[in-house]
Design a protein around this ligand. Structure first.
Ligand SMILES: [Fe+2]
Length: 384
């Protein structure tokens, strides 16, 4: 029988960057979230604040108070610093009993967190995630994803076991760039673990660890194929022109290789054999360098969405209230630049919800596009 220590060692690859929150810093985040929750409860209805987390009073509280957090919090959530493009931040204090049962769907998770009888500390942990994400950059959501909520709940949902989405379980969630099809995709992805009893692994593969020939890099750096939206974004994107994109790109020189990769939504059959071969080589290399992190409660995974792709290993969902439960936030890093050509992409009509963005964007974008896509009943791109 393995000792507890040896089992513990298997949770994470030894070479992935780890950062520990000092105990006082972790407590400070929890305490500030509790205070903000209390303040909002006194001024708003619970359901109102929890519904999308975009209420102006909530945004104002986060922005006004995030600077109160200890410096160590901001240091812990800065972008990953190694070639792995991922960092595990640990020691966020929490207990299994404080959140209630794992909800059966993202929709129920959002509804429960708005109701005093069922919310337990789920809403408070949404605020924890927003405080951490705001310490790193600008949290944002998608109008067509989980109802525009800024903090998404990643839970397995019955009937969705085999999808390529975060609601799935029985199938491998293939490595992908989050929202690869969109020019406003996150720079940083933050996954916070509340519960993971089966030690289900999240996979991460960095483009900075792959080996490709100069010819392969050249081919993959050429805009050949588009990346289309996940089908769960609904109909309508066919009306948009599809822009060919480079799979590999670099904004800051050859040592700063970055990628935009989602083979499930890339029409590879449309490309020449040489390109397909180079793409296949990249896929094999991403598999070779893949590391698997089994997040434990209180751990937060940061993924640099320009450097690493992520996925999830298959698992058997129990649907008994004890299943894996993650919270996810998309983060924009205002200081980070991407290719200038991305500014011309249409994003297939998908709109972000960006209440923290200070300039250049409407605070909360609503359905103003002539063919705004109506979210379906399972949310969209619920990858994790
Ligand atoms: Fe994902």
């Amino acid at each position: 029988m393995k000792s507890v220590l040896s089992e513990r060692k298997t949770l994470h690859p030894q070479n992935v960057e780890r950062r520990e929150l000092p105990a006082a810093a972790g407590q400070a985040v929890r305490e500030l979230a509790r205070e903000i929750s209390t303040t909002l409860d006194a001024t708003l209805g619970e359901a109102d604040a929890a519904r999308t987390l975009t209420h102006p009073a909530l945004i104002e509280q986060i922005d006004a108070r995030v600077a109160e957090l200890p410096r160590e919090v901001r240091q812990a959530v800065r972008p990953p610093a190694t070639a792995h493009g991922a960092t595990i931040v640990s020691r966020l204090p929490l207990t299994d009993t404080e959140f209630g049962p794992t909800p059966p769907s993202w929709r129920e998770a959002a509804r429960w967190s708005g109701e005093p009888a069922t919310r337990a500390n789920s809403f408070q942990f949404d605020l924890v995630m927003l405080l951490l994400a705001r310490s790193a950059g600008e949290p944002f959501g998608w109008l067509g994803q989980q109802g525009g909520r800024l903090v998404n709940n990643i839970v397995p949902a019955a009937g969705h076991e085999h999808e390529q989405s975060g609601a799935s379980s029985a199938t491998l969630l293939s490595p992908h760039t989050e929202d690869a099809f969109h020019p406003e995709r996150a720079h940083l992805l933050m996954l916070g673990c509340l519960r993971n009893p089966g030690l289900v692994g999240t996979t991460v593969s960095s483009v900075r660890r792959v080996e490709l020939s100069a010819e392969q890099r050249g081919l993959l750096s050429t805009p050949v194929l588009p990346i289309l939206p996940d089908v769960s974004y609904g109909d309508g994107h066919e009306k948009c022109s599809a822009t060919p994109l480079p799979t590999l790109w670099s904004a800051a020189g050859p040592d700063e290789q970055t990628l935009r990769y989602d083979p499930a939504y890339t029409p590879l059959d449309d490309a020449a054999p040489e390109f397909r071969a180079a793409y296949a080589r990249l896929t094999a290399e991403l598999e070779r360098v893949c590391v698997t992190a089994a997040l434990a409660p209180g751990e937060v995974l940061l993924v640099d969405n320009d450097v690493a792709v992520h996925g999830r290993v298959p698992f058997t969902a129990r649907y008994d209230g004890t299943d894996r439960w993650l919270k996810r936030v998309n983060i924009r890093l205002p200081e980070r630049q991407r290719r200038a050509a991305e500014a011309d992409e249409n994003g297939y009509g998908q709109r972000i919800v960006a209440p923290f963005r200070s300039a250049g964007t409407l605070p909360i974008e609503r359905g103003t596009h002539e063919w705004d896509v109506v979210p379906n009943d399972r949310g969209t791109l619920e990858h994790s």
